[in-house]
Design a protein around this ligand. Structure first.
Ligand SMILES: Nc1nc2c(c(=O)[nH]1)N(C=O)[C@@H](CNc1ccc(C(=O)N[C@@H](CCC(=O)O)C(=O)O)cc1)CN2
Ligand SMILES: Nc1ncnc2c1ncn2[C@@H]1O[C@H](COP(=O)(O)OP(=O)(O)OP(=O)(O)O)[C@@H](O)[C@H]1O
Length: 188
């Protein structure tokens, strides 16, 4: 069944992430992600005031702290998720400086002009494998039509020539941003 296949793949990808992350230079990657997302927002024509959904990276993930600070400095509105008890996602707005603004509800996804999502891997068809909560599969259908979703990965985490397990609820993503560049999978 697809769910157990996924958990095996997830185990392998988590182990791979630990190995890759141990070799990465976090400060350099933080700066590289700023540069790549800078290219992306210009390509998308996102003006100051546009809303970007990001997240607060934890150890081992591609680092988002510099990226989020840069986005705020450019005048974007930056929303990051709060995991709710049912594994759905609420959101709050990052404020320049440290503090957070008010908590926003589930429907804040509808404000997004761009989504930068976490994940463990993305394949060549845009199938994303995440941490197994299904959080983004719940949240992403609330975005407006056409709003791009890009997953931040480490170099080496794209499964460009492979096929990740995809279930009916899985929301395909539009692209991947790594410290090495922006990558656009072909839709399935
Ligand atoms: N930095 C960061 N923030 C993030 C995510 C992420 O991947 N990275 N998320 C990306 O989604 C969301 C949190 N994801 C979560 C994924 C799983 C579980 C969780 O409790 N999992 C259970 C097993 C669930 C199950 O299999 O039914 C567990 O680990 O015990 C919680 C949050 C939102 N915030
Ligand atoms: N839209 C949804 N509504 C209700 N439950 C869902 C939905 N999407 C996914 N789920 C549940 O979440 C579980 C985990 O999904 P999945 O393995 O695809 O997570 P993931 O995308 O890797 O995780 P995450 O988004 O948290 O990083 C699924 O088995 C399913 O039961």
């Amino acid at each position: 069944m697809a769910t157990s296949e996924k958990s095996e793949v997830r185990r392998r990808l988590r182990a791979r992430r630990r190995e890759i992350a141990a070799e990465r230079d976090g400060a350099a990657d933080g700066a590289a992600l700023v540069a790549e997302v800078g290219v992306l927002v210009r390509r998308l024509g996102l003006a100051a005031g546009a809303t970007v959904l990001s997240y607060e990276s934890v150890a081992g993930e591609p680092p988002t702290q510099a990226l989020n600070a840069w986005l705020l400095g450019e005048g974007y509105r930056v929303l990051v998720p709060d995991t709710l008890p049912d594994l759905d996602l609420g959101w709050h707005e990052l404020a320049p400086g440290d503090g957070t603004v008010r908590g926003l509800g589930l429907e804040a996804v509808g404000d997004a002009d761009l989504v930068l999502a976490p994940g463990l891997a993305v394949d060549g068809r845009g199938t994303r494998l995440g941490q197994g909560g299904g959080c983004y599969d719940r949240a992403l259908p609330r975005r407006r039509a056409g709003v791009p979703v890009l997953v931040l990965l480490h170099p080496g985490e794209r499964e460009a020539d492979d096929v990740l397990p995809r279930e009916a609820h899985d929301v395909p993503v539009d692209g991947v941003v790594t410290a090495d560049g922006i990558h656009w999978p072909d839709p399935a």
